[in-house]
Design a binder for this molecule. Structure first.
Ligand SMILES: [Fe+2]
Ligand SMILES: [Fe+2]
Length: 281
């Protein structure tokens, strides 16, 4: 049996610190063979830098996936071709820097990872994720039946559809991007583990990892506002998937939701329903 730990979007320094510190313990306690993490928000919530990529790989992450924030840090486009363990969504046009899949050797055989982005309510508009992923799965299956797909998408329908579409062809399809862990983990009849969203690794008294008030102000005023990464207690969200490496079929999927003990809860302010200020940042 091969056990994969997948961690959802890592949010800024709080998320990075929690993942970096806890990963060795998780790997040992849970006998994890292979770690995949989504790093698209690892640099202060916006993209990922070469330095952070290296730090996460050194901490024990085998493959880093991304999503719509992949190019937020300008230096990444010039770096991504030098680090094949950092993926960008597969369905960018031909000629885009980087790659959307990788196959790595492990002590229990080869593991393939694919990162693909949805198209419903998502920017930029990319190529068809269903056709692109199917083509890529067929290529990867020449090397290994153990294939993990991170589908970075907004809607549950697009993610479930891709999961069902790939059932029996890959070991797992796990969603990212919405930062909220869903409770629909399951194994489809063909042996593909699935969850709509693995959740995030970041501050929990927040709105998707960002400070609460600026997000409310943005919704209330429709004006541009800075969204700092929140502080306080950090939770690590993800999934553990056990795969029969002989045929690539998943035999178990479990949700992970662990408080980072090194983080301190921020006191919840008194319930405040006053109208946000109209200040523009
Ligand atoms: Fe994200
Ligand atoms: Fe995203």
């Amino acid at each position: 049996m091969l056990r994969i730990l997948f961690l959802g979007d890592i949010i800024g320094e709080p998320g990075r610190r929690a993942v970096t510190e806890l990963l060795p313990k998780f790997k040992q306690d849970w006998a994890v063979d292979f770690v995949i993490a989504n790093g698209e928000n690892a640099a202060a919530g916006r993209g990922i830098t070469p330095r952070i990529t290296i730090d996460l790989l050194r901490a024990g992450v085998a493959v880093i996936t991304t999503g719509d924030h992949v190019w937020d840090q300008k230096e990444l486009a010039g770096f991504i071709d030098t680090e094949p363990r950092l993926l960008r969504p597969l369905n960018y046009p031909v000629g885009t820097p980087g790659a959307g899949s990788i196959v790595l050797e492990t002590a229990k055989g080869k593991v393939g990872v694919i990162n693909v982005q949805g198209r419903t309510f998502m920017l930029p508009a990319l190529d068809n994720p269903f056709r692109q992923t199917l083509d890529e799965v067929e290529k990867l299956r020449l090397q290994t039946p153990v294939i993990f797909v991170d589908v970075h998408a907004e809607t549950t329908s697009e993610k479930i559809a891709l999961g069902r579409f790939l059932d029996g062809k890959v070991s797992a399809v796990a969603g990212t991007h919405t930062h909220v862990q869903t409770a629909d983990e399951q194994i489809f009849p063909g042996g593909t583990a699935f969850i709509c969203d693995a959740g995030m690794c970041g501050p929990i008294r927040s709105i998707l990892g960002r400070e609460i008030q600026p997000i409310i102000q943005r919704f209330y005023t429709s004006m541009p506002v800075n969204f700092p990464v929140a502080k306080g207690e950090v939770k690590i969200h993800g999934i553990l998937v056990d795969v029969d490496e002989s045929n690539g079929k998943a035999v178990q999927i479990r949700r992970v939701a662990e408080v980072y003990p090194g983080s301190v809860p921020e006191p919840e302010p008194a319930h405040d329903q006053s109208v946000p200020e109209q200040s523009v940042v």
